[in-house]
Design a protein around this ligand. Sequence first.
Ligand code: GLA
Length: 386
Amino acid sequence: MTSAIVDDISRSFHTKFGKESILVKAPGRVNLIGEHTDYNEGFVLPAAIDKAIFLAIKPSATTLNHWVSLDMEQSFEASIDAIERSKLQWPNYLQGVLVELGNLGMAVPPTNIVFGGDIPIGSGMSSSAALTTGFAFALNQLFGLGLSRIDIAKLGQRAENNFVGIKCGIMDQFASVLGCEKTLLHLDCRDITYTYVPFNRNDVRIVLCDTQIKHNLAESEYNLRRSQCERGVEILKYYFPDVSSLRDVNPEMMQSHEQKMDDVVFRRCTYVIAENQRVAKACNSLTTDDFVAFGQAMNDSHQGLRDDYEVSCPELDVLQSVAEKTEGVFGSRMMGGGFGGCTINLVTEASLENFQQTLGKVFRQKLAKEPIIHICQLKGGTEILE
Ligand code: GLA
């Protein structure tokens, strides 16, 4: 599959622009636990997967950027000096990178690009973060910019925050750029320190069920959640001056100030604080191979996302509620920003077939959809292929 995609991209690049200088692979990601915690300076546990965006690139012979999305059959051409928001959306991720490089005093010459891949768009596997950081990674290599992988992840986040207008956290970019085979990343989103947590059990699989409901983070709900959390911090800060993010708040502080904030803000903050605690607990369970406890933390996470953070949707809830009761499933939860996309499930290898059959029925009978189920492998982060 992968090599067929790479061949297609290379071929198309050759036809349009000649031989590419480099080809970059930028993976999508899963997140085992720690949802909506990254922009609250909390903890996350993502990993890079075996679905990726591939991007062929070389410096342009003209003064124009000429970029082609193979999958969308769209192309974009614009002068490097006239960066404007595009209606096509995807060029904005790339343009955001150029703007952020410019802010660092690293303006780069125009480029020719052809890209495509197999990360389903809008499924919550972070195709946009892969595209953004993959492009930054490619420019870094092509023009010797001297950026570290962490610099690239942060730059990708700024490109999305500032140019695209999504106030996302750092998790997706970080996982895509710094992922490692058979490994989860335990990331502290406050100081961007991280540890690699081995996840190499052959008898436990990470399985995604795709609702096929396209979430759109740019829509206001994501940014709204962020501002509700900020509102909670603002209020708590008045009583606890040392609090600078929800990371600094414990459940007791929250409980004793319930009356000081409106119910929605209270529930948003309560969720985030509990989720950070779940990440810690889940990581501990991994060290003792206690997948039952890990899975329970996933189920609890879903409940919080559904009831307190309110970022789930009926389709995610249906898939999750059946999955958590299915034999051989340790845990199940919605993954990513929410309002669509996938559930992530931890399933024993021995129960995989039964899982696919059971969930397949749910897709057909309750969602009136053909099932889309991905069994993921954890792979390395962004890399140059040639
Ligand atoms: C999206 C964002 C991430 C993170 C998740 C929710 O994927 O891009 O930064 O906030 O939602 O955990």
